[in-house]
Design a binder for this molecule. Structure first.
Ligand SMILES: NC(=O)c1ccc[n+]([C@@H]2O[C@H](COP(=O)([O-])OP(=O)(O)OC[C@H]3O[C@@H](n4cnc5c(N)ncnc54)[C@H](OP(=O)(O)O)[C@@H]3O)[C@@H](O)[C@H]2O)c1
Length: 328
């Protein structure tokens, strides 16, 4: 099969497009002929070597060649021992906990491959797992967001943000989103955000105070980190819930004054998607929400698999709104 291989982390171009042996199923696994793979910021950061332990260029361990990519959709073409043969030919989406998505084939434990309806495209399906699961666990499971509450979604056009806005609206919450350009603020409004703050023009903390009559938000979902995370906490109402899921700004963790914490008494949750329980059933739930039109996949751009470097560069330049997809 053809695959995108990362031999050493660094700036783009960092990938090579190579011929590798076809992966084989072990017991309990299925093999997917990949039709679409999504690109996530976490993969961009690992490719760059800015996060990822032994993948860091400064790590003492020599980096191991790797195929990155957590999200794929395609057709099952092989099954391992103790897996139902009737699954062959089924259209599925899968979360690859062990990575390997930037390739023509991927192998995964059978329970992580979720059937998709006939009307859902492979590109749509591949865009769902990491982004929508992260926002769903964050808002629903960790924050317990409910109807009528006000939620702040940072980076509204990010993969996490696009999912977060929609999941929050599906729960009948009131959404305040942030974005860095007017084009992106318009995009968030069309997606359903009730209020959008262009944080390059207006201090979002002031904006939140205005919108909420100084009460603050009940919940904040923050994937930006650094000073933004500090202000996400400061934007909470008394007893509000902050869910921190990422540090796209690559900032040092902020120092938060105790008087803010005593005044707000926030509840914290920090999420690491791949360690969440019940991932297959949660992904199945997301597929159903999309299938029933309650939320939708948002795809910005598609690149051929061989152009993974360009796809990563496009995301690093912050040009995307929603998901970027690779197709073999
Ligand atoms: N905890 C988990 O399990 C988990 C799961 C998924 C993702 N994540 C993390 O969540 C973060 C977001 O992922 P994603 O795939 O949704 O990101 P993404 O689609 O690449 O979007 C990131 C957006 O963040 C905004 N941003 C604000 N400050 C930024 C800065 N200093 N540098 C770059 N972008 C900045 C940009 O929008 P504007 O131009 O509007 O500012 C950018 O488009 C990443 O750190 C990722 O690793 C964590």
């Amino acid at each position: 099969m053809k695959a995108i291989v990362l031999r050493r982390p660094g700036q783009v171009p960092a990938f090579s497009y190579e011929d590798l042996p076809d992966p084989q199923c072990k017991e309990g696994e299925i093999r997917i002929l990949v039709k679409a793979a999504a690109v996530n910021r976490g993969e961009v950061q690992r490719r760059a070597g800015t996060v990822g332990g032994s993948w860091s260029p400064t790590s003492a361990d020599p980096p191991k060649p790797a195929i990155v990519g957590w999200d794929v959709a395609g057709v099952i073409d092989r099954v391992g021992k103790n897996v139902n043969q009737n699954l062959i030919g089924q259209r599925v989406v899968a979360l690859l906990v062990e990575r390997g998505g930037y390739a023509e084939m991927a192998v995964v434990p059978s329970e992580f491959a979720i059937p998709i309806p006939a009307h859902m495209t492979f590109n749509e399906a591949a865009s769902l797992p990491v982004a929508f699961l992260t926002s769903w666990y964050g808002l629903v499971r960790h924050a317990g967001l409910h109807a009528g509450e006000v939620v702040l979604i940072q980076a509204g056009t990010s993969g996490i943000g696009v999912a977060g806005i929609q999941i929050a609206k599906d729960l009948s919450a009131i959404v305040i989103a942030t974005a860095g350009t007017d084009d992106k603020t318009e995009f968030c409004k069309k997606l359903g955000a009730d209020y959008v703050i262009n944080y390059t023009k207006e201090d979002f903390l002031d904006g939140v105070k205005d919108i909420t009559n100084n009460r603050g938000v009940n919940v904040a979902l923050d994937c930006v980190g650094g000073e933004t995370l500090k202000n996400s906490i400061a934007s909470l109402s008394h007893g509000g819930r902050i869910v921190t899921v990422g540090n796209v700004s690559q900032s040092h963790h902020p120092t938060i004054a105790l008087d803010i914490l005593f005044k707000i008494r926030p509840r914290f949750a920090s999420e690491s998607l791949l360690t969440e329980p019940d991932l297959p059933s949660a992904l199945s739930n997301i597929v159903q929400l999309v299938a029933h039109g309650r939320i939708k996949a948002v795809i910005d751009k598609t690149f051929h698999l061989s152009r993974a470097d360009e796809a990563h560069n496009y995301i690093e330049q912050r040009q995307h709104k929603g998901k970027v997809i690779l197709t073999p």
